[in-house]
Design a protein around this ligand. Structure first.
Ligand SMILES: Nc1nc2c(ncn2[C@@H]2O[C@H](COP(=O)(O)OP(=O)(O)OP(=O)(O)O)[C@@H](O)[C@H]2O)c(=O)[nH]1
Ligand SMILES: [Mg+2]
Length: 642
């Protein structure tokens, strides 16, 4: 058997779910054609998706196309749910990039095409909605060639565009078709097809094109050890399920599999996507999507069994730039935290932090927040109250700092000696913990207690934002061995316990961090704006007013200018809001997280240079920070120094 794992990707509302429904109907997998507007498609199955008419979770269905079994992943188009697309991209053999023949190339179309190109994934471009009034299939095909990739070739033309009678006709094969097949299967060129997910025109042709222009995987030998990648986690009746794209070998019920990091689990149930449903099977082979039960510790991104080249891949999209505080009625906070942690397990790009009574979640935007609130209420029966969405800031160490406390000296009431030196870590390096003292000088449990506490405490720096990157070195250690008075039991008052190290470490760390000093950083986005030539001046001054900086504006022909630059993430919403008014509705902007940069006081101007940060240039002492600062205060920047 041959398989094709196919992603349907596009800007929001281009028609991915409608097209998926059509493909399933055409293949005879569903008898009755559902519609997004009627809220009864197969792949938008969540109640929330049906009510809102948008896709929130990627979902899998399977249909036959010739002798190929296609697993289709219908993905969300709204940028707040980009993490779903990211996870799907990890397991695809090819994609259909859908455009609307009316709206043409849109912001998310460009973002997605770039990610597909980086991954060298074969792509068929499908120009949908040719029946809708205002459809301009030829102009859209030109825009695809100009803005997405010059290596595209339309293989059809459209007759009667913009009317319900619109139809497609194959272009004569001028000898290029065989070449296009080869190039397309290796991701180097892309055919352009047309159609309508509403009238069904062009859908049989698209189904037939899948096997021609996209590579298929044959399930090959079952002799190899089973190997695959976990790309999604969800729960069914409270039981965790892992979605695994099989790469090699065959996975069987009752197999014990290695998930890495010393985790070994037994498969207790197995299903595969088969036609419109998930069907119980005893094995799943290469190319199939297996829904596996029993993997209690599985996480998205885990490699099941032996690692193969390409299994480990970085996220194609930047982390969320926003966050919000979440609260529940007293007594429900524990349940709220448990629910959020479960949701974060399904979506690794959501980070949940808890300090004292405050729970914070990171987010891509407002729509994601609304959806999260609805999921908490319906699936977990927790009434969550969300604060305002604000940019997720971080603290960066400015220099090195050192602090030591010796047991039972100078007011140290703990049976523990801890010395810690902190130094700035390179952005993105995370927290590292090293020992400069002898590992054998103390029971390992006390080192572990110190390290765990350090990591926990760095989740909130002195200005209350997380310190994501730091090198922490333990320079001093000491403990009181187990002892007791004659004929008495172990005496806690005389001997060290883990609690002594957990109690002392926050104090030593805080002193070291205070000496090092921290600066508050905010996410900065890179932007690309396409706009009419006569609107460059007003748009450049809008960008400046919002604290951003245009770096270059380049004419790209036909009166369109491409402006590049950077802007604080906090201003992106205002830029998106004001752009249409300044550009006769024609301006199009996409932004992408670039880096964290120290927040400026007063003038929110960024440096004129390219990427890179200059923490040193923004060092200021701010009295309000020393009083606490952080979220909720008016403070924009703070360096706390002893
Ligand atoms: N006229 C016309 N309307 C279409 C066509 N395809 C989809 N639509 C309509 O466009 C709207 C969005 O369709 P969806 O299929 O939900 O689009 P989507 O890309 O899945 O949207 P998200 O998943 O939310 O990103 C619905 O109202 C559809 O009925 C088409 O070919 N022609
Ligand atoms: Mg959809």
């Amino acid at each position: 058997m041959s398989y094709l794992n196919l992603g349907i990707v596009a800007h929001v509302d281009a028609g991915k779910t409608s097209l998926t429904e059509r493909l399933l109907h055409h293949a005879g997998v569903i008898d009755r054609l559902g519609s997004v507007d009627g809220g009864d498609t197969l792949t938008d199955s969540l109640a929330l998706e049906r009510e809102r008419g948008i896709t929130i979770r990627a979902s899998v269905a399977s249909f036959p196309a010739g002798d190929v079994s296609v697993n289709v992943l219908d993905t969300p188009g709204h940028p707040d749910f980009i993490a779903e697309v990211d996870r799907s991209l990890a397991v695809l053999d090819g994609a259909v990039l859908v455009l609307s023949a009316v709206e043409g190339v849109q912001a998310q179309t460009l973002v997605l095409m770039r990610a597909l190109q980086r991954l060298r994934l074969p792509v068929i471009v499908f120009v949908n909605k040719i029946d809708r009034r205002g459809a301009r299939p030829d102009a859209v095909a030109d825009a695809v060639a100009r803005r997405l990739s010059p290596d595209v070739l339309p293989v059809q033309r459209v007759l009667g565009a913009g009317t319900p009678a619109a139809r497609v006709e194959p272009l004569p094969d001028d000898g290029l078709r065989a070449w296009l097949g080869d190039e397309s299967r290796r991701g180097a060129a892309h055919p352009v097809l047309f159609g309508s997910a509403v009238t069904g025109v062009g859908v049989p042709e698209l189904a037939a094109a899948l096997g021609t222009y996209l590579p298929v995987v044959s399930d090959g030998t079952h002799a190899a050890a089973p190997s695959g990648v976990v790309f999604a986690i969800d729960r069914e009746d409270g039981r965790k399920r892992a979605f695994v794209r099989m790469r090699e070998g065959a996975l069987r019920v009752r197999d014990r599999i290695d998930l890495g990091h010393g985790r070994s689990e037994r498969v207790t149930g197995l299903r595969v996507a088969h036609r419109g449903t998930l069907e119980a099977r005893s094995t799943a082979g290469a190319g199939q999507i297996a829904v596996v039960q029993g993997l209690a510790t599985a996480r998205v991104g885990d490699v099941v069994g032996p690692r193969l080249p390409g299994d480990e891949r970085a996220s194609q999209f930047p982390p969320p730039s926003y966050e919000t505080v979440v609260d529940a009625v007293p007594g429900e906070r524990g349940r709220l935290y448990a629910a959020l942690s479960e949701l974060a397990e399904q979506d690794p790009l959501i980070r949940v932090r808890r300090r004292d009574e405050e729970i914070t979640v990171s987010l891509y935007g407002e729509v994601q927040r609304e959806v999260l609130a609805a999921i908490l209420q319906r699936e977990y029966r927790v009434e969550a109250r969300f604060g305002e969405v604000r940019t997720a800031r971080t603290e960066r160490l400015v220099g090195a700092g050192h602090a030591v406390e010796i047991k039972k000296q100078n007011g140290n009431e703990f049976h523990a000696t801890i010395g810690l030196r902190v130094e700035p870590g390179t952005p993105g390096s995370g927290v590292t913990f090293e020992l400069e003292c002898e590992r054998g000088s103390m029971p390992p449990a006390f080192f572990d207690a110190t390290e765990d506490t350090v990591r926990l405490e760095l989740a909130r720096g002195p200005l209350h934002w997380p310190v994501p990157d730091a090198r922490v070195v333990m320079t001093h250690s000491g403990y009181s061995p187990r002892q007791s008075h004659m004929h008495q039991k172990f005496n806690k008052a005389m001997s060290s316990t883990g609690a002594d190290f957990r109690g002392l470490a926050p104090r030593v760390l805080a002193a070291a961090v205070r000496r090092a000093g921290t600066v508050v950083c905010e996410p900065v986005h890179r932007f690309v704006i396409e706009l009419p030539e006569d609107t460059v001046g007003p748009v450049a001054s809008l960008v400046g007013r919002l604290g951003g900086m245009p770096f270059e504006s380049r004419a790209s022909g036909s009166g369109i200018v491409v402006m590049r630059g950077e802007i604080p993430a906090a201003s992106v919403a205002a830029l998106q809001r004001d752009l249409p008014g300044l550009t006769h509705g024609e301006g199009m902007c996409r932004t992408e997280h670039d880096r964290f940069e120290p927040v400026r006081v007063g003038v929110r101007a960024l440096r004129g240079g390219a990427a890179g940060s200059a923490a040193g240039s923004t060092k200021r002492t701010c009295s309000c920070c020393q009083d606490g600062g952080g979220p909720g205060s008016n403070c924009m920047v703070g360096v706390v120094r002893n």
